[in-house]
Design a protein. Structure first.
Length: 261
C-alpha cells in the first residue's frame, strides 16, 4: 500500500494495518513566530514532511502509518513576539494521551512520537515515560533533527545543528514549501547563535523568553539558506528516521520479535 497518511486511509484499511502490527508515527510540532521570513507553522510542517518521507521509505520493509500532526506545542517563550499559539504541559499531556489511547484502541501497539520543535524535547522525554505507563504499551520518542543529526551537521555552513528560523529550517522550508518563504525579508533574517535548552551543557536552566535572545526572532543566519541544503537535510533525516523504524526499538533483545500486546 503506497498511502501512509492516517486521514487518507479508510477505517477498514487502518484495522488491517493494525492487525499486521504496523507502526504509527505521530508528528508533534508547534505554531510560533519564525522571524520575519517564515510562517508560524514551520515546526509542524517539517515534522510532518519528514514523517511522510520516512514512512514511504520504511513501508518497503514494514507497515507504517502517519497520524495527523499535533500542530501546537510548548511555545510560551515565543509569546512576546505575537503570532504564537501555546499549550500548557498538562494540556499537551492530556492531548497526547487521548490520541495515543485512540491509536491503541484501533489495535496498534507501536507508536513513535516524532518531534519538530526544540521547546518540546524535555517535556516529550518525560511524557513518553508517563504515556507508556498509563497506556500499558511502550511509546517511543524522537526528534527528527536528532535522528538526522549527522546530515544536519555536515550540510550546514554556519551552525552545527538546528537553531530557530535559521539556515537549517529556512533551507528545509525552501525545499518543501518555497511558496511560504517571504524572500524580501531574508536580508534581516539573522540573529545570535544559541543551543537548544534540551541539548545545553549549562548546569543551570532558567526560563528566558525568546525576545531576550534575539530581536529579530531568528537564532542563526538564514541568509545562507538554500533549497539544495534543505532537500539534503529532509532526505537525510527521513532516511535516518526510516532506519530507526526498520530496526524496531520495540523488538525484544533476545529474539528480535516485537511482543504482542
Amino acid at each position: 500500500m503506497s498511502e501512509v497518511q492516517w486521514n487518507r486511509l479508510t477505517a477498514a484499511e487502518l484495522r488491517d494495518l493494525a492487525a499486521r502490527d504496523a507502526l504509527v508515527l505521530l508528528p508533534v510540532g508547534a505554531t510560533e513566530q519564525h522571524g520575519p521570513h517564515l510562517p508560524t507553522g514551520v515546526d509542524d510542517f517539517l515534522a510532518s514532511e519528514v514523517c511522510g518521507r520516512a514512512a514511504l521509505l520504511a513501508s518497503e520493509r514494514t507497515g507504517v502509518v502517519v497520524a495527523p500532526s499535533v500542530p501546537i506545542g510548548l511555545s510560551e517563550h515565543h509569546m512576546p513576539f505575537g503570532g504564537t499559539l501555546t499549550l500548557s504541559l498538562a494540556t499537551l499531556h492530556a492531548l497526547l494521551r487521548d490520541i495515543c489511547r485512540s491509536v491503541t484502541r484501533v489495535g496498534f501497539s507501536r507508536i513513535l512520537i516524532v518531534n519538530g520543535h526544540g521547546g518540546n524535547m524535555t517535556a516529550l522525554n518525560a511524557l513518553t515515560t508517563e504515556l507508556t505507563v498509563e497506556l500499558g504499551t511502550p511509546i517511543a520518542f524522537a526528534s527528527y533533527f536528532g535522528a538526522g543529526r549527522e546530515v544536519v551537521r555536515t550540510t550546514l555552513e554556519t551552525q552545527d545543528g538546528l537553531m530557530h528560523a535559521c539556515e537549517g529550517e529556512t533551507s528545509m522550508m525552501m525545499a518543501a514549501y518555497p511558496e511560504l518563504i517571504r524572500p524580501e525579508h531574508l536580508p534581516e533574517a539573522h540573529g545570535p547563535r544559541f543551543t537548544l535548552p534540551a541539548e545545553s551543557a549549562d548546569p543551570v536552566y532558567m526560563a528566558v523568553t525568546f525576545d531576550r535572545v534575539t530581536e529579530s526572532g531568528v537564532a542563526g543566519d538564514a541568509r545562507v539558506a538554500s533549497a539544495d541544503k534543505g532537500e539534503r537535510m529532509l532526505a537525510g533525516c527521513a532516511r535516518a528516521l526510516a532506519d530507526i523504524i526498520v530496526r524496531d526499538p520495540w523488538a525484544k533483545e533476545d529474539g528480535g520479535v516485537t511482543p504482542k500486546r
